[in-house]
Design a protein around this ligand. Structure first.
Ligand code: CTP
Length: 490
């Protein structure tokens, strides 16, 4: 998608195009597309105007002029690239939108920028146009672009509209259908998907008015990425409100622009646990393990990509929330159990967390101090087994419950025993001995154990060994198996 500035064509060509398009009941731009299409499909001669426009005035262009126009346009309009109209709202995060232009262009997406008045306080139209290699649009009443209803073109002559940063004000306008500036008019006039990257102060994000607007926009089919949690530009402020990073927004845009993938888990609710748990010893110390959470997060992303409504309950990890997934962060095994129970019902539950088996019974209220009488006695008590608890529910048990088995010896034997002991349906077993590098690493070698029968009979459990794969590949394969099994059982 490249832009065509009709205004810059010579007058004779403009007149010709206006007459021809009026005669055919099309916009000028659509008419140019038809002309190009005809030409590319092999019309040797420039097509004549339709009968309705058959009496061109004396100044109608000669054919060579029209042909020159077509040659000038052919490069741009025939690129076949996906196009994004990027609306940059007025917020401190606007500077990240300049990087977003780069990231989109790297992905072979053409970008046409619209800057709100407030956005121009943070970035200049010149920097946006230099990066986009296109003119930038700022004004609803711009005579140069509005002579052929430019806001309608910007709204429709693209494959996706991205709003980054989407400010509280812009979202409020969208939710209520305002159209008093170029950005809001485009958003109201479009029939293309809209991706919002909200960015605002955490108090604004959590304000009841913004919550209502977000809900309304989601109901209207608007897609959102972020905001992320973190520090704000304002000194000493942190919370949810940071705009998603440019790479995340670009990835979400690519997902939307990609031809629709099969979504076998559409309409299914998937609940996933991930990461380690931290069990406090005193206010500053805790018991933990080496789990990175990568496998659980990868499964959440794969289930989401398959169309599921995904809730991910995660212990403390250094990973970003997968786009479109509801992420609940917890610390201890007991928190995790409560949040899992609260997230039910689900169609599928996958327990990938490395839950600490024990917690300290006599957790210190104050930091334990070294004393001359030796080490403090730590009494351990067993944590609730989340997988077993959910597998044994009678009313709210998800129809498919999948556990993981982290073993360092007798992998299959121990994993089979775990299915029997915990009452789950499948287990993904992996060897977590230090030599495998699975804990914290990016690859995994797993075995899928499935019991088909209602009654658990260890001998009838099917075992399938998968080759070494990345954790993302394991996730995709597991989701494919889930989809297949749902298909069989429905
Ligand atoms: N699990 C759980 N709650 C616990 C312990 C484990 O939900 N308190 C889940 C894990 O998420 C995993 C499965 O149970 O899906 C097996 O976890 P694993 O650590 O392999 O086994 P444990 O049950 O801890 O047994 P052991 O330590 O004896 O191997």
């Amino acid at each position: 998608m490249a832009s065509l500035t009709i205004r810059k064509l010579d007058d004779a060509v403009k007149t010709y195009l206006r007459l021809r398009s009026a005669g055919n009941g099309r916009s000028v731009e659509e008419e140019v597309r038809v002309i190009l299409g005809d030409l590319i499909q092999g019309h040797a001669e420039f097509p004549a105007p339709s009968p309705a426009a058959a009496s061109p005035p004396a100044e109608a262009p000669a054919r060579p002029a029209a042909r020159a126009l077509v040659h000038g346009l052919a490069h741009g309009l025939a690129t076949g690239q996906a196009g994004v109209t990027l609306i940059i709202g007025g917020g401190i995060a606007a500077f990240k939108s300049l990087e977003l232009i780069r990231r989109l262009k790297e992905r072979h997406i053409d970008v046409r920028c619209v800057l709100t008045k407030a956005a121009q306080q943070f970035v200049t139209p010149l920097s946006a146009s230099a990066l986009a290699h296109e003119r930038v649009y700022t004004d609803l009443f711009d005579p140069e672009s509005e002579f052929d209803a430019g806001h309608i073109r910007l709204a429709r002559d693209c494959d996706l509209i991205v709003v980054a940063p989407a400010t509280a004000d812009l979202m409020a306008k969208m939710a209520h259908g305002h159209a008093d500036d170029l950005a809001s008019a485009i958003l109201l006039a479009t029939n293309r998907p809209i991706l919002l990257a909200p960015a605002m102060n955490p108090l604004m994000w959590n304000n009841a008015a913004t919550r209502r607007n977000v809900l309304q926009l989601r109901r209207d089919g608007v897609i959102m990425i972020g905001p992320n949690a973190g520090e704000m530009a304002e000194a000493n402020e942190a919370g949810v409100g940071r705009m998603a990073e440019a790479v995340e927004i670009a990835a979400a845009a690519v997902d939307i622009l990609r031809p629709p993938q099969p979504r076998p888990l559409l309409g299914k609710r998937v609940l996933i646990t991930a990461g380690p748990t931290h069990e406090p010893i005193d206010p500053v110390r805790y018991i933990a393990n080496r789990s990175s959470g990568k496998q659980g997060f990868a499964i959440a992303a794969a289930a989401r990509a398959a169309g599921a409504d995904v809730t991910l309950v995660s212990g403390p990890v250094e990973l970003r929330d997968p786009a479109g997934v509801t992420v609940i962060r917890v610390e201890s095994a007991r928190d995790m159990l409560h949040r899992v129970e609260a997230a039910l019902p689900a169609d599928i539950a996958i327990f990938a967390a490395a839950v600490a088996d024990w917690r300290v019974a006599n957790e210190g209220e104050q930091k334990l101090k070294k004393t001359s009488s030796g080490m403090p006695p730590l009494q351990l008590v067993e944590n609730p087994d989340i997988l077993a608890t959910i597998s044994k529910l009678t009313d709210k048990r998800p129809p498919l419950v999948i556990g993981f088995a982290a073993e360092t010896e007798h992998l299959i034997e121990n994993a089979k025993a775990k299915i029997a002991r915990k009452g789950c349906d499948w287990i993904v077993a992996n060897d977590v001995s230090p030599a495998t590098g699975v804990m914290g690493g990016d690859r995994n070698t797993v075995h899928l154990l499935q019991r088909e029968a209602e009654e658990i009979n260890v001998d009838s459990i099917q075992v399938e060994s998968w080759p070494v794969m990345t954790k993302e590949q394991v996730a995709t394969e597991l989701v494919a198996r889930i989809a297949k099994s749902l298909g069989k059982n429905s």
